[in-house]
Every structure is written in structure tokens, then in C-alpha cells.
Ligand binder design. Structure first.
Ligand code: APR
Ligand code: ZN
Length: 286
């Protein structure tokens, strides 16, 4: 073996070796990166799964291509497909999954350094993960504003409109004859072509400070989020909980691939950590 191979951190590429590392006290800064795959068990479809993904089922909304539903210029032309989808996805009807709760356990045990999520369902907050540890890299439904004058729009009014499936319009007063702006209101979700929130770039260095990386339920198809797992130092173990292998996961000496349903994989890690009962208890009490 040539002598410049980096020292291995894990005794073997397994869940029990990861659990031993965490229980040894050597892990203090876990960085977690999540995507829609951790919310499918909550009943929220992901985007790219062949049969069940949103992009396979948006055909009914006569879109030029599925991603147009999150395209800003298409939205300004025709906001109806987005609001038809928003009616399905709007937070309030879904319950966090075991995977969300596992991340909240990391936080309650002072092991969570940073969570980066691509999800817009706000289930991380609902699971009790401290807001200051969450970066919603693609925004969320939590707030909304006018695409023209950027005036924020009332949350309760927004909820009513989304529930009814109709399109909210800006009521900001203008000096002009028509009296109100009447611009389209859009949730603060990052559409294709829009900048990610400042917090994503401000917090990105946290990924390089990780001493353990967990990647859960994402196809890692969308940049710049997809580059996060590669920010970790080479000797830092990276565990993938996903149906299939994605990104560069599996290519480094201390990568562990836990392929299959993420809740099942997470339960295996929780059991190996001795957190199994606590995980179920917290999840049931949510
Ligand atoms: N357990 C494990 N993996 C799962 C599960 C599950 N229960 N359900 C789905 N997956 C996996 C899929 O196999 C896929 O690899 O999760 C991944 C989901 O990938 P996408 O549907 O592409 O979702 P995501 O990676 O979050 O998409 C990123 O794309 O459309 C944009 O802005 C949108 O944030 C979204 C971004
Ligand atoms: Zn306006």
C-alpha cells in the first residue's frame, strides 16, 4: 500500500462502524444534506422517481416540460400549473418522517452542525430541528411576495388562496389609477433561474467543517446543492441513505452506501447507536 493513502476513519464501510464512530465521541459536527426522498414516506411525491415522481405526473398540467412548473418566466405567463401543484404540496397536511426525526435527535444530542435541505415542505421545522441549524437551500412555502414589487403577502390569505387552488395577486397600493399593484404572488421557493438564498452561501463552509456527512433522499441532480457532499474533507465519512447510488457517494475510502428506503436505513443506524426506542417515541409524540 503506498504510504500517502489518507488514514481510514471507519474500521469498515458499515452502519455499525459509523455508529461506533459516533458513540466513541469523536463525532461532534454532523452535516446532513437532504432531498425529497426523505418526505416521500410522508406522502409528498419526490420529483424524479420514475413512476411516482412529480415530474412524471405533471403531464396533466399541459407544461412544455415538467420543470416549467418551477420556472419563473413560465410562472409569470401562466401561474395556474404551479398553484395546482401548490395545492397538493402546501405544508400543514403532512407529518415528519422517521428520517426527519433522526436529524432532530442529532440536534438534541448536540451533534448536528448544519442541515442543508432542498425540500420546501417545512417538515424539518415540524420535526423540531432548531431553525438556526436549517438551511432551506431552495426556499420554502413559509413566506411569499409579489414577483413585481416584492411586497410580502399575508400568510393567512395565502393559505386560503392555495387551499382553493386560485392565484393570489398583490394588493400593495400604487400611486397609479388602478390603485393596487395586482402583480402575481409567489412563495419564496427558489425557481429555476433564481438565486439560492444568501444563507446557503453563508453556511456552505459548514460542510467543510463536518466530521461526518449524511446524504439522504436526493438524486443530487441540481447544482449548486449537489456540490455540497464534495465539500467535506477526504477523510470524513459520508453515509448515503438513498434508493440508489448518487453523485460521488461511494467513491471515497470512508463512504458508506445504505441503499434502499431511507427510513429503514435510518432505523438501522439508530438501533446501532442505541437510539432506536427514543427515535420511535419522539416520532410518535410529534
Ligand atoms: N428512501 C430512499 N430514497 C428515496 C425514497 C425513500 N423513501 N424516495 C425517493 N428516494 C430517492 C429517489 O430514488 C431519488 O434518488 O430520493 C431521490 C429524490 O430525488 P429527486 O426526486 O430528484 O428530488 P431532489 O433530489 O430533492 O430534487 C432536487 O430538484 O426539482 C428540483 O428544486 C427541486 O429541490 C428539488 C431539486
Ligand atoms: Zn406587487
Amino acid at each position: 500500500v503506498n504510504d500517502d493513502t489518507p488514514p481510514r476513519t471507519l474500521s469498515e464501510r458499515s452502519i455499525s462502524a459509523v455508529a461506533d464512530l459516533i458513540n466513541s465521541g469523536k463525532v461532534r459536527r454532523v452535516v446532513v444534506m437532504t432531498g425529497a426522498g426523505i418526505s416521500t414516506a410522508a406522502g409528498i411525491p419526490d420529483f424524479r422517481s420514475p413512476e411516482t415522481g412529480l415530474y412524471a405526473n405533471l403531464a396533466s398540467l399541459d407544461l412544455p416540460e415538467p420543470e416549467a412548473v418551477f420556472d419563473l418566466s413560465f410562472f409569470k405567463e401562466n401561474p395556474r400549473p404551479f398553484y395546482a401543484l401548490a395545492k397538493e404540496l402546501y405544508p400543514g397536511r403532512y407529518h415528519p418522517t422517521v428520517s426527519h426525526v433522526f436529524i432532530s435527535l442529532l440536534a438534541s444530542k448536540n451533534l448536528l452542525h448544519q442541515l442543508f435541505t432542498q425540500n420546501i415542505d417545512c417538515l424539518e421545522r415540524a420535526a423540531g430541528i432548531p431553525e438556526d441549524l436549517i438551511v432551506e437551500a431552495h426556499g420554502s412555502f413559509a413566506t411569499q411576495r409579489c414577483v413585481e414589487c416584492k411586497t410580502t403577502y399575508d400568510d393567512d390569505k395565502m393559505r386560503d388562496h392555495v387551499r382553493r387552488g386560485d392565484v393570489p395577486r398583490c394588493e400593495a397600493k400604487t400611486g397609479g389609477l388602478e390603485g393596487v399593484c395586482d402583480g402575481l404572488v409567489k412563495p419564496d421557493i427558489v425557481f429555476f433561474g433564481e438565486q439560492l438564498p444568501r444563507s446557503f452561501f453563508d453556511r456552505m463552509p459548514k460542510a467543510a467543517q463536518a466530521d461526518l456527512v449524511l446524504v439522504m433522499g436526493t438524486s443530487l441532480q441540481v447544482h449548486p446543492f449537489a456540490s455540497l457532499p464534495n465539500q467535506a474533507m477526504e477523510y470524513v465519512p459520508r453515509v448515503l441513505f438513498n434508493m440508489e447510488r448518487v453523485g460521488t457517494l461511494g467513491s471515497q475510502a470512508d463512504d458508506v452506501l445504505v441503499l434502499g428506503d431511507c427510513d429503514t436505513g435510518v432505523r438501522k443506524l439508530a438501533d446501532a447507536l442505541g437510539w432506536g426506542e427514543e427515535l420511535e417515541k419522539v416520532w410518535k409524540e410529534l
